[in-house]
Write a protein that binds this ligand. Sequence first.
Ligand code: 6CS
Length: 345
Amino acid sequence: MSKKLLAILATLLIAVLVAGCGGGGEGEGQADNPEYVWKFAHEEIQGSVQDEYALKFKELVEENTEGRVQIDIYRVGELGELDQQVELLQNGGIEFAIMNPGATGTIIPESQLFYLHFLLPSDLGKVQQVLNNSQAIDQLNGLYEEKYIKVFNWFPEGYMMWTGNKELRTPADFKGFKMRTMPAPLIVEAYKAYGANPTPMPYTEVYSGLQLKMIDGQVNPIFAIEEMKFYEVQDYLMLSKQDIFVAAFTANANFWASVPEDLKPVIEDAALQASDYTYEMQEKLNNERLKKIKEASDIEIVELTDEERAAFRELSQPVRDKFVEMAGEKGEQILEQLEKDVNNL
Ligand code: 6CS
């Protein structure tokens, strides 16, 4: 039996189990006889940025629908890995999900534009502005819709930072470096351009991969480096900031079309409020957790100089051509629009 077929069967089995047993997610048994019980899966652990978003959304929806709706939250690993979560959302096994483009890159190649390095503004407030207002985002959301995914909003979770078993200051430091990445093909290209040996691996296996030295480093926002304990098994934390982790709050499009009209505004409002709350919360979480990492370990924190970052910026530019190869004309248009909107800020 092929790997692909096995993955599809596993996803279907999870969908059947989830539908059958009513799920084991957060919030089980909270409302008495809710009319609707909807499943909300995300990609991170308890206490993470996505988990905080999900909890805020759940709180608002349950409160403002006066018990008619119950939201059950499923965290990373509870319903399989990233690609299984995407399939579950598409086939209606779950109603809501937070997904980052590292998960959707193979089905919506255009979404990978967020993993082009040195593309978004370095100020996260401006990033949020672009995510809320850019026409490029509307175009991208239309492509999600074609894949049966409704996007409510996009939000940043923080700067992506490298950790390593060695200092990474120059492209030469990356030569042969086994950098763990998410599975999206463009992320792999981005690290190949630096001379690294990119190694896709599921999020939940990264700690042991680092510990067993199957990989030399990884890239994630600070809050994740702290909560996943990557700092325990790494010697250096580079404040590299070459890109920004963004994620989308989504629903299965057919499910969304079937939601009663009187509930839709409540859900849309909860999504908006959760996104606003998340923007401030991610900043607080990332700041607090950098302090925690410093207190709990002797990991060396490396600030890259402007010159050092410029060398990576230069090497990252040809990756835009790779993006266009993967995402085609539509992807190129979206990229150009996004660049225009960033420049006009
Ligand atoms: O590196 C990853 O795979 C993951 N990082 C974060 C911060 N969220 C979810 C994602 O799967």
